[in-house]
Ligand binder design. Sequence first.
Ligand SMILES: Cc1ncc(C[n+]2csc(CCOP(=O)(O)OP(=O)(O)O)c2C)c(N)n1
Ligand SMILES: [Mg+2]
Length: 801
Amino acid sequence: MTQQISDNDLKILAELEKKVLWLSSWTIHHANHLRDSADGLKVGGHQASSASLAAIMTALYFHTLRPQDRVAVKPHASPNFHAIQYLLGKQTCEKLEGFRGYKGAQSYPSRTKDTDDVDFSTGSVGLGVAQTLFSSLVQDYVRAHFPSNKPEGRMVALVGDAEMDEGNIFEAMLEGWKQGLRNCWWVIDYNRQSLDAVIREGLWSRYEALFKAFGWDVVIVKHGSLQEAAFKEPGGEALRGWIDECPNQLYSALTFQGGAAWRKRLMNDLGDQGPVTRLIDKRSDDELARLMGNLGGHDLPALIEAFGTATTHDRPTCFICYTIKGSGLALAGHKDNHAGMMTPAQMESLRESMHVRAGHEWDRFEGLSTPPDKLQAFLDRVPFATKEPRRYQAPHVEVPSELAITIQPTMSTQMGFGQLLNELGRGNSDFVKRIVTTSPDVTVSTNLGPWVNRRNLFAREKMADTFKSERIASTFNWEFAPTGQHIELGIAENNLFIALSALGLSHSINGERLFPIGTLYDPFIARGLDALNYACYQEARFILVATPSGITLAGEGGAHQSIGTPLIGMAQDGLAAFEPAYVDELAAIMAWSFDYIQKGGDAQPSERNWLRDETGGSVYLRLSTRPVEQIKRTIDAELRHAIIDGAYWMRRPGPNCQVVVAYTGAVAPEAIESIGLMAEDRRDVGLLAVTSADRLNAGWTAAQRARERGLVNARSHIERLMAEVPPHCGIVTVCDAHPATLGWLGAIHGHRTRGLGVEHFGQTGSIPDLYRHYGIDANAIVAAAEAIAPGRPIRYLKALP
Ligand SMILES: Cc1ncc(C[n+]2csc(CCOP(=O)(O)OP(=O)(O)O)c2C)c(N)n1
Ligand SMILES: [Mg+2]
């Protein structure tokens, strides 16, 4: 059938396919039945899903893929991936034996936690699929900016058919079409089963139309070579017609029941005492079951041919491969098989049918008829299994220790961000050339405009700004060029985060360091939160700039105001969150961030602040549109450190201090005003400027843990700052966000604390209206101080509304 592979190699591939099926089944079985499992939790959802993809993955990994290709494997096919890497000598038996156990191979392929070279993590369905698309776009971006001799890779997703229900996939497809996507394959495991049941009829034709609409090639791999041969026999066309018409449920049910059931049904429906009857009769029950199970996605020659044909071009291609969930196992086709587990008896009979001797279940070539040296020689030739590392290291890029900016007397952090980038945009250092910005249709409204004016938008082909060429006045240049450094996305926050995930892995995937900066409105982080989490889980490195934020957005009302995002910033692993009030703070944080996002490795927390500053991460800046009077000051090294570590004393508490006000972000003017209002009635009031509740909290936790482990002198930044506060002192915290953001500060040394913040969806109104309404204005701070701190009544306190 195919010219691209010798019969001998095809025979070996068929053996390897069996081996992949066996090893993945055994890995799961071992975890379920043979390993001590103290919690009694069993592996669900892997066995049947993995079997469904065994042939597809065999054809890809052992034949079609090249070292430069990158793959996102459907989450539940992780055992197949680990088995393949085991056969290729890149995974240990110990990890397979420990599948899902402590430090064993991961349930879902993990780029960061697995040790066998997972390209893209998967687990939350749909995200890995989109990651391949954005990685292709990033590959094009990198090649346009940093020409290289490296061969172009293809980004491949192995997609579950029910996974296609995830909307983020369609958001990504639309963006891919706009950006001229190339070198991307999505291979759909069309087993017509999801987690719960059998899926709708005829979805393949919906997919086909959709993909074609977005400019993809669609290749349908429906029948295997056994079926194709049978269709050529007398009566074969009737069989083809029957298969094509057969509802998903029935096909699945008959597959589960096996050869005798197929015979009965086919004879009932097609028996003609003539050629069709003969076609059926001349096959044993087993042969008939094998024929009916020989859908294209289980047929190596059909798959190799389909993949081979598509390697001749770079158009995005979707393969719809018909499969049977659980193929080759006793669970095949049953609608409840998602969490199905093979019983020990079923496993025994699979073992026997695979000619695997008891006690030799993990032996790589056990039960195969090709001699081990021939198998090994074949594996040594597998193109994908290169000895060269497939993960690149990009050299550290020198970044400025300070960023230039002219600070105006009154400005917002969002304006500051725009100006910092505008200044950077003037430069031509290697660092500046590696900055890439992206935004889901809020480029202008998040102040990226001046930067884009200087650096242009990216597109593989040049496109002029018609307004400019027609000489119509406009503040913004909207010119596209291959050298452009801004990627404009449609309004889809999932796409923003997956784009950042792809851009932020460029150093490892393309060997070129990028400094990705993505902007969006703070409330809409929630729209793409799972994708943000995904990007962090993969250790992609980027700076997220979220603005405007909070109720400070005032007139926009509840639908645009964010309340919980600082808590997301604190809780999100791999993301250092900051909320500066002043532009000089922002400049210090951004300069630090460009260094921080380049760091990696497993170093220990620093003794200075007990944070993971040596291992790096991504950065989230929660900014505001509120113009705030700026402080005239120079930032010395000590203050710079404190800003990065998360807080400094704007006003140091005196020895007799009765109240401390701790604030973060845009409410700085209210916090300062409240100190003035209290000055006559409370002694030595302290004012703590918090630039990162996240880093303060993380440092505090890490220092406590270190002390519990015997490092008695470990002290975090916030512990040192708060050590100056007398025990009787009350603390009022205030932020334009949920009060829990800072409310924990009192727990450090046991100070009585009142947390002010926002808990309810916003009203519309002016900033003073809203701050008063929610109780985060100066008067509310004073009222809270009077309530919790010792001392006489505060004379300037007005009754609260
Ligand atoms: C975002 C998300 N929602 C739900 C799940 C739980 N889940 C895992 S697999 C699955 C169904 C997968 O069906 P399909 O993609 O067709 O793969 P198959 O099981 O057929 O191999 C679901 C709902 C998940 N992993 N991620
Ligand atoms: Mg499915």
